[in-house]
Design a protein around this ligand. Structure first.
Ligand SMILES: [Mn+2]
Length: 455
C-alpha cells in the first residue's frame, strides 16, 4: 500500500511526519500518542506535529478529498454525510477547549464526515470531508440556543457544497443524509451539480395544500415487499411488510423569518416506504425519502431506496472509529485543537479499513487501484503465493485486478483463517488494520530490494 499523504502543510518534514502518523494509526490501531511512537522521540514528534499551527484538519480533508476525487472519476458517487458524537464523560478534568456533547453536560464534540460511495457497486471510494463541531458556547442561555442550532444546521449545506466542489471528476453526485438533514434551506440552496436524497422528518406543507405525510398516504400503492428490520436495543429483529408509494411533490417555503429570501417552492420526488399492519407495540417502519432525482417508475423508486440503504456504511465507519477499533473516545489528547486533527486522521484511517471490509467478498467489484498501488503487484503476487494453502479452499479466489484479491492478502496477513464456510468469521476492520501493519514493512522491503537491484 502506498504511504498515504495527510497533506503538505507547507513543509516537507511536516508532510513526512503526517504520513508517518497516519501509517502508525492504521497499523497500531490506537490514537494514544505514547503507543503510536516507536520510541519517545517519535511520540514527541507526533505530538509536536498535532500542535503545530501549520498543520490543519482542513488541509488533511482537502488532500483526502483530492484522492477521493481521482477514484470518483466518471462514476455516480453517493456523498453520504452524517453526524456522530464523541464524548469523554470520565476525563473532564484533563481536557481543555472542548464544549459539551449532546446531553449538555459531558464534554465532547461532534464529527460530520462526507463519505464517497460508488452508487453502482456500494464500495467506498474515500473520504470527501470531515468537519468538527465543538460547542464551546454550549452553556449559553436558552435564548441563545436557537441561532446556535441554525448555525449547526449549516453543516448539511456545507457538506453538500464541499461534495460539489471537491468531486470535480464524478459523473453524478448524490448527497445522502438522514432525518436531521430535512432542512428547507438545503433543498432550496443545493449546488447545481449535486442531487439530494434525504429522509424526511417534518410534516411539511405542500404548495398543492395539505401536509406531506397525508399526501403520501393518498398516493397509490405501487409495490409491496417483505424486509428485515434489524434488532435495536431490547427490540428483537423482525420481518415487516412494507408498501411503496412515490410521486412528484412541491414543498412550500416555511413561514419563518429566516426563510424569507429563499425560493417560495421546491420541486422534489417523494418515495414513501410504509409498514403495512405493524405488530402491536412495534414502531412501524416509515421511510419518507425526498430526492431531487426524477422518480417516474417503480424501478427508479426502488433504486432510490437502495441508494438510501447504503447510508449504513457511514454508521459502520463510526463504529470502527469508536469502540470497535480505534477507540477514539479513550484518546489521551487533552486539547481540543490537537484532538480535532487526530479525529480527522482517525476518520481517514477508519474509512480506509472499512473500504477493505466491504470489498472482501468481491461484491463491490472494485479495481485494485481503488486502495492499492498497482506498482506493488509483483510483491503482492509473491506474497499471495506464500499465503495460499494447498487446498482449493485456501486459494485466493479473486482475480488480481480486483480489490477483493488485495483484501484477501491483507486479511490473511492479519490473521484471518481464509475459510469462508459457515461458522468462520469473515475478516473485520481489526483484522484489516493488523494485516496492513504487517504488509507495510513487506512492501517497503520489496521496493528497497528491487531498487538496489537496478542500481
Ligand atoms: Mn444522523
Amino acid at each position: 500500500m502506498n504511504k498515504v499523504s495527510l497533506g503538505c502543510f507547507g513543509d516537507e518534514r511536516l508532510a513526512a511526519r503526517g504520513a508517518a502518523l497516519l501509517a502508525a494509526v492504521e497499523s497500531k490501531r490506537t490514537l494514544c500518542l505514547h503507543r503510536l511512537g516507536d520510541d519517545r522521540n517519535q511520540t514527541l514528534s507526533f505530538g509536536a506535529f498535532l500542535a503545530n499551527p501549520a498543520v490543519s484538519a482542513h488541509e488533511m480533508m482537502v488532500t483526502a478529498g483530492q484522492r477521493t476525487d481521482r477514484q470518483a472519476a466518471g462514476r455516480h458517487v453517493l456523498a453520504i454525510m452524517d453526524t456522530t458524537e464523541i464524548s469523554f464523560p470520565t476525563q473532564t478534568d484533563r481536557k481543555r477547549g472542548f464544549g459539551t456533547g449532546g446531553n449538555g453536560s459531558d464534554i465532547g464534540l461532534f464529527l460530520h464526515p462526507v463519505l464517497a460511495v460508488d452508487a453502482a457497486s456500494g464500495g467506498i471510494l474515500g473520504l470527501v470531508d470531515c468537519t468538527a463541531i465543538n460547542r464551546t458556547e454550549g452553556k449559553a442561555a436558552d435564548r441563545k440556543q436557537r441561532p446556535a442550532d441554525e448555525k449547526e444546521s449549516r453543516r448539511w449545506l456545507d457538506g453538500a457544497e464541499i461534495a460539489g466542489d471537491r468531486l470535480t471528476q464524478a459523473a453524478t453526485i448524490t448527497v445522502v443524509a438522514d432525518r436531521e438533514s430535512d432542512i428547507y434551506d438545503l433543498f432550496a440552496r443545493k449546488p447545481d451539480n449535486v442531487h439530494l436524497l434525504c429522509r424526511s422528518a417534518q410534516p411539511r406543507l405542500l404548495t398543492t395544500g395539505g401536509l406531506l405525510p397525508k399526501h403520501c398516504t393518498s398516493l397509490p400503492e405501487r409495490d409491496r415487499t417483505r424486509i428485515e428490520v434489524p434488532a435495536k436495543g431490547n427490540r428483537p429483529a423482525r420481518q415487516a411488510t412494507v408498501a411503496l408509494r412515490f410521486g412528484p411533490i412541491s414543498l412550500q417555503r416555511p413561514n419563518r423569518p429566516g426563510a424569507k429570501g429563499l425560493p417560495e417552492a421546491v420541486a422534489l420526488s417523494v418515495v414513501d416506504v410504509q409498514e403495512v399492519d405493524p405488530p402491536a407495540g412495534a414502531e412501524p417502519v416509515c421511510w419518507r425519502l425526498l430526492t431531487t432525482h426524477p422518480v417516474a417508475t417503480l424501478a427508479e423508486a426502488r433504486q432510490i431506496v437502495a441508494w438510501y440503504r447504503l447510508r449504513w456504511i457511514v454508521e459502520q465507519v463510526f463504529r470502527s472509529m469508536k469502540s470497535h477499533c480505534l477507540d477514539i473516545e479513550t484518546s489521551q489528547i487533552e486539547t481540543a485543537g490537537c484532538f480535532i486533527k487526530m479525529a480527522a486522521i482517525a476518520m481517514i484511517a477508519a474509512t480506509r479499513a472499512m473500504q477493505l471490509v466491504l470489498a472482501r467478498d468481491g461484491t463491490t467489484e472494485q479495481p485494485i487501484a481503488d486502495a492499492a498501488d498497482p506498482a506493488d503487484l509483483p510483491a503482492l503476487r509473491a506474497l499471495n503465493t506464500s499465503l495460499e494453502g494447498r487446498t482449493e479452499k485456501l486459494k485466493n479466489p479473486y482475480s488480481e485486478t480486483t480489490l477483493a484479491w488485495f483484501v484477501w492478502i491483507v486479511a490473511r496477513l492479519g490473521g484471518w483463517s481464509g475459510y469462508t464456510s459457515k461458522g468462520y468469521k469473515p475478516p473485520g476492520p481489526k483484522t484489516m488494520h493488523h494485516g496492513l501493519q504487517r504488509l507495510d514493512p513487506i512492501l517497503t522491503g520489496w521496493r528497497l530490494a528491487n531498487h538496489s537491484a537496478h542500481v
